[in-house]
Design a protein. Structure first.
Length: 199
């Protein structure tokens, strides 16, 4: 009987440990996702740890159960942001008869302009990447190379891909920065047209 009770207690402890590990993993992922959104919206310096933890529904003190430093969180959040950007691009191109037009329409849309928090990590993190540590710069470089590879495949040349990516990122940044809605749309529509007709 004692052995049965002991076994039941051990199973309960194992289940509790497993549950708390699952909860810790879910909390970790939520923190990273929130940080990635805030960074794309406001840059890597803007979101404070306390703000991110509060939004995640966690205490500030719990931060160090997940990360050794804010820099570690920033690096993980940047990695998450680039992976999310790649997935959104895949979704935009899925089943498209004209992948270049689909990409330009998605990237240079009002929805993308207005949705910085879940938008392109190149545009969102670009201003801070040059000042970032090696890990962030490496992720940024890989993200840029990923976009260039897609565009080179669509346009047929690396040179055209470089021009198209530079134009699209620049147009997106400018469309977000100006306070004139017509000028904002002019940047998006003009570059969209230029990219699609550049073939």
């Amino acid at each position: 009987m004692t052995a049965v009770i002991h076994r039941i207690r051990m199973m309960s402890i194992i289940q509790t440990v497993g549950h708390s590990q699952d909860e810790k993993k879910a909390n970790h992922e939520r923190i990273v996702e929130i940080a990635a959104a805030r960074m794309r919206q406001s840059g890597t310096e803007a979101p404070g740890v306390a703000e991110i933890m509060r939004e995640a529904g966690l205490t500030h003190g719990g931060f160090y159960k997940h990360f050794s430093s804010r820099d570690e969180l920033v690096a993980e959040a940047a990695e998450h942001a680039f992976a999310a950007s790649a997935r959104r691009t895949d979704d935009a191109l899925d089943g498209a008869g004209d992948p270049l037009a689909a990409f330009a329409d998605f990237y240079l849309s009002a929805a993308h302009r207005d949705g910085a928090a879940d938008g392109c990590a190149v545009a969102g993190l670009g201003p801070d990447a040059a000042r970032g540590d090696e890990r962030i710069r490496a992720q940024f470089g890989a993200g840029v190379q990923g976009y260039l590879a897609r565009l080179e495949h669509m346009l047929g040349s690396r040179e055209d891909a470089v021009v198209a990516l530079s134009s699209m990122v620049g147009a997106l940044l400018l469309s977000r920065a100006v306070d004139d809605p017509e000028l904002s749309e002019e940047f998006l529509a003009g570059v969209r047209e230029a990219v699609v007709t550049a073939r």
